[in-house]
Design a protein around this ligand. Structure first.
Ligand code: BES
Ligand code: MN
Ligand code: ZN
Length: 504
């Protein structure tokens, strides 16, 4: 996508679609007045008829004939001005871009930053408008032999400021940042969209190495034999039912001082979760190709951190395996010895995520981390508890959880905390091993996190259950149907808040 920041008079600006925002109940957008006048009042007519009120995400399209240079004017509703925020700006940017994309517009121009200067900084606006636009236009057609008509793709996004405008540098800075962040989300979405027969653990490792090259990220791939040496018994236990070899991906980005303790982000990457011997029902099982969404988020996050040159040390760890039933698969009742030395009775082979995470969490100890954050499509129970609008948050450190909640609000990738009280630990007591891998149906997300907590005693840790937020069933403004790429924007915002990176 071509991004341009222009200073132009709207009436003579050549574009296939001009986006103009309107708050509900406020007739205070001077651009709209100017266009309305040039178009003999058609915009105000739409309001008089009641067809367009300015409700959030409402749109109305006008064809301008030969009266002005833009071919189309798209009004987009911004809703109540007092309730307007960056997430809503991202949404309306996505809604407008999508509406014009559907019409086949190749060059689109937005005027939104011109009228929002009293609410947001220029950098925030640049970043958010670009994020909303790019994220809404995402599609995945790698496996369609009849490709959609690429000639119809939106090729250029103009951010149009007025002729008298003095400084567009900050807007540009924000726009570039928005583009780099969106590229990280695209990277993550692509990996998640790929089917299980393509995105195997080996494929993820290859993609991780390719991405790391050129960004100054050090990549290490541990093979099965390395995992055996490290005694990663629970990860190997999950992997052994499949012919696909497991991979343990570890990426290191050193943007901070040598002495800065690193952050570690761990992502669950089960490239297909059939449930194993405790096999899942067949209806909907195809969705389990997305069970590597946590790993994809970790990869997307380190890609963005390196592209933005964030001054932090960051390590991404992605344990990856396929969970299948076979003659060599782990069976209910089997006991695995984790890298930590603790033993686990596998009561249900479908609770495999926590098993691969256990060894990754132990491996993270060697980095003396400042904090460890794991992301995982871990429990169906989280979808029952929170639906699809919030990621579950649990952890052992109040400060870390607080900062993550804040980043969730700021990024629009919201989190909701569940308790991690000791009382829940009773549910995962085993008669014959140190613990069992399931704690019954009640409080399933919490007992899963309780299990993980047995491997996180040496550092500050937070767990993000993204089972309900990784996949979008219907499609909404800037999140098309399919993979969301959740977690990337959240964690980048978290690091920025931590660093006190000011946006002006
Ligand atoms: N990958 C699933 C969780 C999941 C479910 C993710 C729905 C996305 C959508 C996980 O490995 C799993 O199967 N969990 C079991 C745990 C149970 C056996 C204790 C579940 O939630 O049913
Ligand atoms: Mn499972
Ligand atoms: Zn799973």
């Amino acid at each position: 996508m071509n991004l341009k920041i222009l200073r132009k008079d709207l009436l003579t600006h050549n574009t296939e679609g001009l986006i103009v925002g309107r708050f509900e109940g406020r007739n205070d957008n001077p651009l709209m007045k100017q266009l309305n006048h040039a178009l003999d009042g058609v915009l105000s007519n739409a309001m008089k008829c009641g067809d367009f009120k300015g409700r959030i995400n409402q749109t109305a399209l006008f064809y301008s004939g030969n009266k002005i240079s833009p071919q189309r004017v798209l009004l987009v509703g911004l809703g109540n001005k007092r309730e307007f925020n960056l997430e809503k700006l991202r949404e309306v940017s996505g809604t407008a871009a999508k509406a014009l994309q559907k019409l086949g517009a190749k060059t689109i121009s937005t005027t939104l930053p011109q009228i929002l200067e009293d609410i947001f900084t220029r950098q925030e606006m640049g970043q958010t408008v670009v994020e909303g636009t790019l994220l809404s236009l995402y599609s995945f057609d790698e496996h369609k032999t009849v490709k959609k008509d690429k000639a119809k793709d939106v090729k250029t996004l103009n951010l149009v400021m007025s002729l008298r405008d003095k400084g567009i540098a900050k807007l540009e800075k924000g726009a570039i940042k928005g583009q780099l962040i969106s590229e990280g989300v695209y990277f993550s979405r692509d990996l998640i969209s790929k089917p299980g027969n393509v995105a195997t653990p080996s494929h993820l490792a290859d993609e991780a190495v390719k991405m790391a090259k050129g960004l100054g990220i050090k990549a290490t791939i541990l093979e099965k034999s390395d995992m055996e040496k490290l005694k990663m018994g629970s990860l190997l236990g999950v992997a052994k039912g499949s012919c696909e070899p497991p991979k343990f991906i570890s990426l290191e980005y050193n943007g901070g001082k040598k002495t800065d303790r690193p952050y570690v982000v761990i992502g669950k990457a089960i490239t297909f979760d059939s449930g194993g011997i405790s096999i899942k029902p067949s209806a909907g099982m195809e969705e389990m190709k997305t069970d590597m969404s946590g790993g994809a988020a970790a990869l997307g996050t380190i890609k963005v951190a390196a592209s933005l040159k964030l001054p932090i040390n960051l390590i991404a760890i992605i344990p990856s395996a396929e969970n299948l039933p076979s003659g060599s698969a782990c069976k209910p009742g089997d006991i695995l010895r984790t890298m930590s030395g603790q033993t686990v009775e596998v009561v249900n082979t479908d609770a495999e995520g926590r098993l691969i995470l256990a060894d990754a969490l132990t491996y993270a100890e060697r980095f003396n981390p400042q904090a460890v954050i794991d992301l995982a499509t871990l429990t169906g129970a989280c979808v029952i508890a929170l639906g699809h609008h919030a990621t579950g948050l649990l952890g052992n450190n109040e400060g870390l959880k607080h900062l993550l909640l804040k980043a969730g609000e700021d990024s629009g990738e919201r989190l909701w905390e569940l308790p991690l009280w000791d009382a829940y630990k009773k549910q995962i007591k085993s008669d014959i091993a140190d613990m069992k891998n399931v704690g019954g149906r009640d409080g399933g997300t919490i007992t899963a996190a309780s299990f993980l907590s047995k491997f996180t005693t040496k550092y500050h840790w937070a767990h993000l259950d993204i089972a309900g937020t990784a996949w979008e069933k219907k499609g909404r403004s800037y999140v098309p149907k399919g993979s969301v790429g959740v977690g990337v924007r959240l964690l980048i915002k978290f690091f920025e808040n931590e660093l006190g990176i000011e946006e002006s």
